[in-house]
Design a protein around this ligand. Structure first.
Ligand SMILES: Cc1cc2nc3c(=O)[nH]c(=O)nc-3n(C[C@H](O)[C@H](O)[C@H](O)COP(=O)(O)OP(=O)(O)OC[C@H]3O[C@@H](n4cnc5c(N)ncnc54)[C@H](O)[C@@H]3O)c2cc1C
Length: 287
């Protein structure tokens, strides 16, 4: 018979010393909105569940002192959506949180779970990529900082070590004048997993010339990816019609969508172009 022990450690140290962590038989539980579904479907059969939600180090959104912020991995999606620091400094994150699931899901689900679950359609990951997020991974003996881009390896695959927990996410300070946006497209307007998502962070000089641009594409590759060729094609340009169309086509070519019951690969690819153009226009393309 399938048996599951449940623990609620009160400190990070206590959590990392648990037998289930050492032996690899346990699973960290945050909101449970991905994990409990997987257990119910018998995709995984852990012997222990280690609830992370009481651990102080995994809570809260704080300023780091160098202009950036630190988000505890157990901060809920609702917490991301409503954080004044995130709304003011990293609006594409708040936007993505607002579009994730339903109110019930947003109340429980955490940013850490969204990252570690490593779905190609994870809403928070695109904005984290364009904001160049650093993940703080902690084991009993070592702490390391890894760029989110290097952490995500493929569907449900990450660089998280067997004895590591994702403790926090750091978002560096952004150069003045950087604007960012997350656009999600699904079959419905709410309660929908992304068919396509496009995140953009853009900075221009006073004359409208693009100095820096980062673009991340969601749900159109085995993991959320940066569209680097499209980014490079924008630098030094004005956002005129010709540039917008050229960059949208390059972004379409940068992705690797699949066809499934929800949409064809061709449709997803075209929507990457549409959302890329729309996102760039919303960030200052005057045409
Ligand atoms: C009805 C419904 C709708 C949804 N809609 C969306 C949607 O629109 N967009 C979207 O992106 N997702 C959606 N999801 C998926 C899910 O809600 C999110 O991925 C959520 O952010 C997962 O967070 P969680 O805290 O619930 O993770 P959990 O389910 O608790 O954990 C997920 C995985 O991460 C691991 N984990 C969690 N926290 C840590 C940590 N700090 N350190 C190490 N490992 C950790 C767990 O062991 C597990 O393997 C939906 C889910 C449901 C049930």
């Amino acid at each position: 018979m399938f048996q599951l022990a449940y623990y609620e450690p009160q400190t990070l140290k206590e959590a990392l010393q648990m037998d289930g962590v050492k032996k690899g038989t346990g699973k960290f539980l945050a909101g449970g909105t991905d994990l409990l579904v997987q257990i119910k479907r018998r995709k995984i059969e852990p012997q222990e569940l280690i609830n992370l939600k009481a651990i102080p180090e995994l809570k809260g959104v704080q300023e780091t002192g160098d202009g950036g912020i630190r988000i505890g991995a157990a901060v809920t999606v609702k917490g991301i959506m409503e954080s004044s620091l995130i709304l003011a400094g990293y609006p594409a994150m708040a936007q993505a949180a607002k579009e994730l699931g339903t109110p019930q899901v947003r109340n429980r689900a955490t940013i850490g779970g969204n990252i570690v679950n490593a779905s190609p359609a994870a809403d928070l990951v695109g904005p984290l990529l364009v904001y160049d997020a650093i993940l703080l991974l902690t084991s009993e003996s070592v702490q390391r900082r890894v760029k989110i881009e290097d952490f995500l390896l493929g569907p449900s695959q990450t660089a998280l070590g067997k004895e590591e927990v994702l403790e926090a996410i750091e978002l560096p300070a952004l150069p003045a004048g950087t604007g960012a946006v997350y656009l999600k497209h699904g079959l419905r307007k709410t309660h929908e997993i992304a068919l396509v998502g496009v995140s953009i962070a853009l900075r221009s000089d006073g004359q409208g010339v693009i100095e820096d641009c980062r673009i991340a594409l969601t749900a159109v590759a085995p993991k959320v990816i940066r569209a680097r060729e499209a980014e490079d094609a924008l630098k030094g340009c004005h956002l005129d019609d010709e540039t917008l169309s050229r960059v949208a086509h390059i972004a379409e070519a940068n992705c690797l969508p699949i066809s499934d019951v929800r949409a064809s690969a061709d449709y997803r690819r075209q929507m990457v172009g549409v959302l890329t153009k729309r996102g760039l226009l919303s960030l200052g393309g005057s045409n």
